[in-house]
Design a protein around this ligand. Structure first.
Ligand SMILES: O=C(O)[C@H](O)[C@@H](O)[C@H](O)[C@H](O)COP(=O)(O)O
Length: 253
C-alpha cells in the first residue's frame, strides 16, 4: 500500500470540495498517462455530495471517463433505490460522459447472471488484467462497517477469484445486489472512503485503529500498491486517537 491518509474536515461542506479535487486531479493524471480515467462509484450520501461538488466546478470534461459501480442494488433503474438511477438523474445527465463510458448492470437478469454479465463488462473494459485496476474507487462505509455490498461475517469477504459477486441475502435492503470483490477493490490505484456523521464514530475507531476481530469489511480495504484515503468529518472522527490530517477546505489531495 502506498500509505493510508486519514483526513478530517470540520463538516461535509468542507469535505466536498476536497473530494472533487481528488477526483479531478486523479482524472487529469490518468488521462495524461493512459488516455482515460476509470472511476468506481458507490451509493449512499456519496451520490449527492459528489454530484453537487462536481457540478459546481467551473470546468469539467468527462469525455474520457469510464465509470463503474463498486456495488449495485438489483432493482430497476427507475426504482428510487437504484444507485445508477440516482447518479443518472443527479450527475450523468448533466455532464459530458459518453453512454459507452458508463458500465451498468443489467437489472433485468437474475442476480447470479447479473453478476456474470457485469463481470464480462468489466473484463471488456479492462482487457488483460486479472482484476480490473481502477484509477479511483470511491467507497462509503455503513454503521455496521460494511463497504460495497461486503457485509460483516459474510462469506463473500473470502472471495478470491471472482471480479463481481452476487449477493441475495444482504442484511441491508434490498437483499439482492452485485458487488465488486475485495481483490478488485484492493487492486485499485487509489481508494477513497467518504464517511461522515457521528453514527460512524465508534466503528471508524475500530476500522482505523484495529480494535475488532474479525476486522470489519471496511478495514479489509488495503490496496496492494495503491493509495488509501479516509475522508471524514469531525463528528465521525470524535473517537479517534491516531494521528490525522486536518488540512481545511483548501485541501489538495
Ligand atoms: O448500497 C447501499 O446500501 C449503500 O450504498 C451503502 O452501502 C452506503 O454506501 C453506505 O451505507 C454508506 O452510506 P452513507 O455514506 O450514506 O453513510
Amino acid at each position: 500500500m502506498a500509505g493510508r491518509r486519514v483526513v478530517v474536515f470540520p463538516s461535509s461542506a468542507e469535505l466536498g470540495p476536497a473530494l472533487a479535487h481528488l477526483v479531478t486531479s486523479r482524472a487529469e493524471k490518468s488521462i495524461a498517462s493512459n488516455g482515460r480515467f476509470t472511476l468506481g462509484l458507490s451509493g449512499g450520501s456519496l451520490v449527492s455530495m459528489l454530484s453537487k461538488e462536481l457540478l459546481a466546478l467551473p470546468q469539467l470534461d468527462c469525455s474520457k471517463w469510464v465509470v463503474g459501480f463498486c456495488d449495485e442494488r438489483l432493482v430497476s433503474f427507475t426504482d428510487p433505490e437504484s444507485t445508477y438511477g440516482l447518479y443518472k438523474s443527479q450527475l450523468f445527465s448533466k455532464i459530458n460522459i459518453p453512454d459507452s463510458g458508463i458500465l451498468t448492470i443489467d437489472s433485468s437478469l437474475p442476480v447470479d447472471k447479473c453478476a456474470e454479465d457485469y463481470t464480462c463488462k468489466l473484463k471488456e473494459a479492462f482487457p488483460g488484467d486479472d482484476f480490473p485496476v481502477f484509477d479511483l474507487l470511491l467507497l462509503g462505509m455503513g454503521p455496521d462497517g460494511h463497504t460495497c455490498s461486503l457485509f460483516p461475517d459474510h462469506p463473500l469477504l473470502e472471495e478470491k477469484q471472482k471480479i463481481v459477486a452476487p449477493i441475495s441475502d444482504s442484511p441491508k435492503p434490498p437483499p439482492q445486489r452485485v458487488t465488486m470483490t475485495l481483490p478488485v477493490v484492493n487492486s485499485a490505484r487509489c481508494v477513497a472512503f467518504v464517511s461522515t456523521g457521528g453514527s460512524k464514530a465508534a466503528v471508524l475507531k475500530d476500522v482505523l485503529e484495529g480494535g475488532k476481530a474479525p476486522a470489519y469489511p471496511a478495514a479489509r480495504v488495503l490496496p496492494t500498491s495503491g493509495e488509501l484515503f479516509w475522508l471524514i468529518d469531525e463528528p465521525a472522527a470524535t473517537a479517534l486517537t491516531i494521528q490525522v490530517e486536518r488540512p481545511g477546505a483548501e485541501a489538495k489531495l
